[in-house]
Write a protein that binds this ligand. Structure first.
Ligand code: ATP
Ligand code: MG
Length: 233
């Protein structure tokens, strides 16, 4: 499969590391601790779709719709042009268990079909996973949910917060097994402690070759820059 058949995230160096982008119809999880740029990466993915004329859905379990739209506008993106048309941003309240479960499990697949959405973001999926008290329920429901999404012909990015004791794993240690592609974002604190850097890696990518290098990146006002020529360690 060549790069032309991939779904670009819209972050040049990262797409390169994945052989041109995500595989169409696959599920990607972006895992990172607070402030590593999960939302920024997810928005970039959404914007890339919009500029390609695709319909996109952004489900936010954390930030309100107006804040998400403002972030996008702050990047110099003309979101108003797309809003209500190809761009749907929805805030879900994860504190209402039944509502959140119903929205995510039943309404989202229906919305994807109805809109013919090509890209869907859930940011962060961890807050949905948190709703389940028992590991076995969470595992079963997430498995079913991911299975339903796989039939929708859209490419999905789910962001995930890290485990409090392990910056390399998602909080519930589940999404990395369910997702086809896993991108890990993290802080790197060099031994001289003068500066904190951000670094990313493509941890896994089903059915595709990918880079296993750890590359530094920087979040800028209007873009994310991955320094593919540089090394972190
Ligand atoms: N305009 C900007 N210019 C430079 N850096 C920025 C800009 N906007 C955000 N950042 C950086 O990106 C970080 C936040 O990124 P983002 O909200 O995407 O992270 P996140 O992983 O989603 O965090 P959280 O887990 O808290 O939701 C900020 O902490 C800041 O360092
Ligand atoms: Mg975020």
């Amino acid at each position: 499969m060549n790069g032309a058949e991939r779904v670009r995230i819209g972050i040049e160096g990262l797409d390169q590391m994945m052989g041109g982008g995500l595989i169409p119809g696959s599920i990607c999880s972006i895992i990172g601790t607070y402030g590593t740029g999960k939302t920024t990466f997810a928005l970039q993915f959404i914007w890339e779709g919009l500029t390609r004329g695709e319909n996109v859905i952004y489900i936010s379990l954390e930030e309100r719709e107006d804040r998400i739209l403002q972030y996008m506008a702050d990047k110099g993106w003309d979101v108003e042009r797309y809003r209500g048309g190809p761009l749907t941003v929805l805030k879900l309240d994860p504190s209402d268990f039944n509502l959140a479960i119903n929205s995510i499990k039943n309404e989202l697949p229906a919305l994807v079909r109805q809109m013919g959405a090509k890209r869907v973001v859930i940011d962060p999926i961890s807050l949905f996973e948190d709703l389940f008290d028992r590991d076995s329920d969470r595992r079963r429901e997430m498995f079913r949910f991911v299975d339903t999404l796989r039939n929708q012909h859209c490419t999905i990015v789910m962001t995930s917060e890290t485990d409090k004791d392990n910056p390399f794993a998602s909080r519930h240690n589940l999404i990395e097994y369910l997702a086809d592609t896993v991108i890990l974002l993290r802080y790197v604190r060099p031994s001289d402690l003068t500066d904190v850097h951000l670094a990313l890696e493509v941890v896994k990518m089903r059915l595709s070759a990918h880079s296993r290098e750890i590359k530094p990146y920087e979040i800028q006002q209007t873009q994310v820059l991955v320094y593919t020529e540089a090394n972190v360690f």
